[in-house]
Design a protein around this ligand. Structure first.
Ligand SMILES: CC(C)(COP(=O)(O)OP(=O)(O)OC[C@H]1O[C@@H](n2cnc3c(N)ncnc32)[C@H](O)[C@@H]1OP(=O)(O)O)[C@@H](O)C(=O)NCCC(=O)NCCS
Length: 180
């Protein structure tokens, strides 16, 4: 399948069921080279859709031949990662002059992996964050996400584990300076 068929638009609440189904598949399938079964199950506690991004109009969907192929977003709010159900969310607005914008909730349907969907979403997010005045972006990545972010110029700044799902899940803080 060629990249020429990729299209994108902002997500809307009516996409929610399809987005949730895609995220479920991405978590289950695309993390298998990086995590064991227990870690994948535990990762569900700290991953998932964040409807605040859809409401903020900062969440994108990418389609291939009209089918939902991936999703992801950015945020001018403080929360770093996690879905609606993840504890410790903070909806406070960041200051673009001092704070990095967040890259959030990136997922590709396994049937469309390695076709540039993640790269497209990331590019849309970086452009939008820059238009909003941010000079840096920051994210917390899964091990499955790390190769994508590295390929797109992000650097790892800290490795840690999140054990809120029962089994410790390895994560990586990453950041990037947006080109002027
Ligand atoms: C991370 C994820 C969104 C990447 O999506 P994707 O659409 O397959 O990524 P792209 O096709 O745009 O990849 C762009 C580049 O990133 C790198 N990359 C992406 N996935 C990779 C992998 N599994 N192994 C090695 N490199 C990878 C490659 O350099 C790739 O370019 P190439 O295919 O030309 O070699 C997807 O794997 C996913 O949904 N994973 C499970 C959920 C998850 O962990 N999300 C991240 C949350 S922080």
């Amino acid at each position: 399948m060629s990249n020429r068929t990729l299209t994108h638009r902002k997500a809307q609440m009516s996409d929610l069921d399809a987005i949730e189904a895609l995220i479920d598949r991405a978590i289950a399938d695309l993390q298998t080279p990086f995590l064991d079964e227990k870690q994948i199950e535990a990762s569900r506690t700290i991953m998932g859709v964040d409807t605040q991004l859809i409401e903020d109009r900062t969440y994108f969907v990418v389609l291939i031949d009209g089918e939902l192929a991936g999703c992801g977003g950015w945020s001018p709010r403080s929360t770093l990662y996690g879905g609606d159900e993840t504890p410790g969310r903070n909806g406070a607005y960041l200051d673009p002059a001092h704070d990095p914008a967040r890259i959030r909730a990136m997922y590709t349907h396994p049937a469309y992996a390695r076709r540039g969907v993640g790269r497209r979403v990331l590019s849309l997010c970086e452009i939008a964050a820059q238009e909003a005045g941010f000079q840096h972006v920051k994210l917390v990545s899964t091990l499955a996400g790390e190769p994508l972010y590295r390929a797109c110029g992000y650097v790892a700044v800290e490795r840690f584990t999140d054990d809120r799902g029962g089994t410790p899940v390895p994560l990586v803080r990453m950041r990037k300076r947006l080109s002027p």
